[in-house]
Design a protein around this ligand. Structure first.
Ligand code: BGC
Length: 752
């Protein structure tokens, strides 16, 4: 056996305990049953299994489909995506099992992006909480609800790293860092899949979009991606590999081309790396009609050509487009694909269905009683509230305006802004709350800031006025004068500004990150009342707000917090929860600075000071961000000791231990995300100025100290080198530990 084959086998074996195929016997059992079934199937039935059709809501381009039940009855459907109606799912499953020749059950897929029926904060916000256990627990809840509602398969986690917040899908990921993105990816996969895929409260995960989608040019959705193998290996792929190793049952192709080759027909990605190097053997589903779109990309001639190329690359199931239905049989007849290639894709599909337990009981996930007892439990909302509060990031708090103190100078509070009390437009959420339906969801489930803050603050002795202000492109002068009057009458203004929920997600890219002009004007006019203000930002991506940054004393990033928006905000503003969120993505000063990310290369001419000529910089803008990666304030303060190293140099195979003692130097308890970065000072190729290698979130009482130790091995120091493998170069390194990517202590060490 060739070396690579042996390695693949070993890796595949390592993955097994974590997946649904946990016992060797059950793997063998499943394999045997798959082969028996496969032997009975006609070519048409096989191709039918590879077809995923659209249910009762659409999340993409228009697709032409015949009547769903007729298609199922004709054996042309292996999977249904985006179906919300529970009773219909039972009917569909019954038709599949009872009215088709082989009775193969349907697998139902759904976008479970930030909660299912109970809506959690958007994934980017969840990442800002730096609490992996909470993220995993949140996905457990989402999976429990989704599975009780008949879904078997979550199209999540999206593990795409991005450097461009103009891209609408930045909200679905964990931000800009591959190390942190990998840890979040694992937590999400574990949360969805639990211990065993066949349990009725777990769903299969789907790591998406493989790969490179976060690097679409200009941040424009579906655009071209062109990048070095280096960036692919070091920045894009690590979270995918982490998801694969955590046992993600499925992967999804991406819409984009990668270096000219559409991801769905990209053999380098799917066959060589995912299935070959990583030894992963799950199911790969296309993205919405992404097989068909290879024709529009100009990389396939027609459905037959597209089918042949996508299947040959290693992709298995065709989502929404029907390309395989139109072209795969012809491709087989023309000898463009082999029967073995089709069989392999069908095997993976059947194995997937077996692992979910669908063959043992096709109605396992379609129990009306369990559904009734499971959805939207009060404790799920409690978890959503805690997570939303933990995700909020305090960017500024001059003069200690926050937390609101009944004994302090601000008695009268004016709550203003378009998101003070907004119902509808999926505000405080995102487009991706499909479990609620599209637009016509029950908006009474959302607790707005006004609903929660007013009673809570009044109970504490404040007087609160709410000024309903329409503010976006349509706002007019009367809104501004209402804001000014409210500010004049109050001691403190809380302005809720940001983005509409419905504008967050896929196909929602923007060309500027500026806070909508009307909203900045609102802040400016309210400021004429000469009262301090707190800006609360409801956002799905980093936004740019230079005026507020200079002039508003307190700024809190609330993201899109989900159902419990108002309650979570109240918890933070009143100090019941001390903010501990840290930015998982850089906030630039201006849109023109993009791409902006902390782990960039040095360049040959790094600019030390703004204005320095002949150095890499702009004439009109410093290179520094508005708020850096890893940054976030607390109502308390933390001090860091110098770093202690266990040795000044390590040999390969040894472990470096870097310790700091962190002390809560303020008056209230708080949590701090202690971050560890390295820099490889010189290598065979240029290395980033910092790379995150570890973090720990610790809770400290006032005056309490804790020592945190990070362990670094040769693996942490390695990089994708010009000989196309990961390796570490002996030489000098720096290790940094601190409370953000810029606020760090530093020490030097060597790898011998
Ligand atoms: C998105 C996927 C999603 C799929 C199904 C596509 O347009 O890119 O992320 O899972 O639709 O809704």
């Amino acid at each position: 056996m060739k070396n690579t084959a042996i390695r693949s086998l070993i890796i595949a074996f390592c993955f097994l305990p974590l997946t649904a195929f946990s016992q060797k016997t059950s793997v063998q059992n499943i394999d045997r049953r798959v082969e028996e079934l496969l032997a009975k199937m006609t070519v048409d039935e096989k191709i039918g299994q590879l077809n995923q059709v659209v249910g009762d809501i659409s999340t993409g381009t228009d697709v032409k489909q015949d009547n769903l039940l007729n298609q199922i009855r004709a054996g042309k459907v292996g999977s249904v995506l985006s179906h919300t109606n529970f009773e219909n799912k039972i009917v569909m499953q019954r038709v599949a099992v009872k009215e088709t020749r082989l009775g193969i059950p349907i697998v139902f897929g759904f976008d479970v992006i930030h909660g299912y029926k109970t809506i959690f904060p958007i994934p980017l916000a969840q990442a800002a909480g730096w609490n992996l256990a909470a993220i995993e627990a949140g996905e457990r809840i989402a999976a429990t609800e989704a599975a009780a509602d008949g879904q078997n398969w979550a199209f999540a986690p999206m593990v795409d790293i991005t450097h461009d917040p103009r891209w609408g899908r930045v909200m679905e990921g964990a931000g800009e860092d591959p190390y942190y993105g990998s840890r979040v990816a694992e937590a999400r996969v574990r949360g969805f899949q639990g211990a065993d895929l066949s349990l009725p409260n777990t769903v299969a995960a789907c790591a998406k979009h493989f790969a490179g989608y976060g690097f679409v040019e200009g941040g424009r959705d579906y655009n071209t991606v062109d990048m070095s193998e280096q960036r692919l290996r070091e920045t894009v792929l690590p979270p995918f590999e982490a998801a694969a190793r955590a046992g993600s049952a499925t992967f999804m192709n991406a819409f984009n081309t990668l270096n000219g080759v559409p991801a769905s027909m990209n053999k380098h990605l799917v066959t060589d790396i995912l299935r070959g190097e990583w030894g992963w053997n799950g199911l790969v589903v296309s993205d919405w009609d992404s097989f068909g779109e290879t024709v529009e990309h100009g990389a396939a001639e027609d459905d037959t050509d597209a089918s042949a190329k996508c299947l040959a690359a290693g992709s298995d199931m065709d989502m929404a487009g029907g390309t395989f239905q139109l072209g795969l049989k012809k491709a087989l007849e023309q000898g463009r694909v082999t029967q073995q290639q089709i069989d392999e894709a069908v095997r993976r599909t059947l194995r997937f269905k077996f692992s979910l337990g669908l063959f043992d009981d096709p109605f396992r996930y379609l129990d009306p009683k369990r559904r009734e007892q499971t959805l939207e439990k009060p404790e799920y909302r409690q978890a959503a509230r805690a997570m939303a509060a933990e995700s909020m990031v305090l960017l500024k708090n001059d003069g200690g305006v926050l937390p609101l103190d009944p004994a302090g100078p601000f008695k009268k509070i004016a709550l203003i802004g378009p998101y003070a009390n907004s119902i509808g437009n999926k505000d405080y959420m995102s487009f991706w709350t499909l479990g609620l339906g599209m637009r016509d969801y029950d908006s009474t489930k959302v607790v707005t800031p006004a609903m929660a803050l007013k009673p809570a603050l009044e109970k504490l002795g404040f007087e609160v006025t709410i000024t309903e202000i329409c503010l976006d492109a349509n706002c007019d002068e009367k809104d501004y004068s209402a804001a000014l009057n409210a500010a004049r009458a109050a001691d403190l203004v809380i302005a809720c500004v940001g983005e509409r929920g419905y504008d967050c997600g896929e196909s929602r890219s923007v060309n500027t990150l500026e806070l909508p002009r009307g909203q900045e004007r609102l802040l400016q006019i309210a400021a004429r009342g000469n009262k301090p203000a707190v800006m609360v930002l409801f956002n799905s991506r980093p936004l740019v707000f230079p005026w507020a940054m200079e002039n508003v004393p307190a700024i809190l990033v609330a993201w899109q917090p989900g159902f419990e928006a108002g309650n979570a905000l109240t918890d933070v503003l009143t100090g019941k929860v001390n903010p501990s969120g840290k930015l998982p993505i850089t906030f630039p000063r201006s849109t023109g600075q993009i791409p902006m990310y902390y782990n960039h290369l040095s360049t040959g001419r790094p600019q030390a000071q703004f204005g320095e000529m002949w150095k890499s910089g702009y004439l009109d803008m410093p290179n520094t961000p508005a708020y850096p990666f890893g940054f976030g304030l607390s109502y308390t303060t933390f001090s860091y000791s110098d770093i202690k190293l266990n040795k000044a140099a390590i040999n390969k195979g040894e472990t470096l231990e870097a310790s700091v003692t962190v002390t809560n130097t303020g008056n209230v308890a708080g949590a701090e995300v202690v971050q560890c970065y390295i820099r490889d000072l010189f290598a065979d190729i240029s290395r980033p100025v910092k790379e995150l290698k570890g973090f720990e979130k610790i809770k400290l009482a006032p005056g309490e100290s804790r020592t945190v130790t990070f362990k670094l091995t040769e693996k942490d120091l390695s990089y994708w080198n010009d000989q196309t493998k990961f390796k570490a170069d002996p030489g000098k390194f720096k290790v940094f530990v601190g409370g953000s990517s810029v606020d760090v202590k530093v020490a030097d060490f060597e790898l011998k």
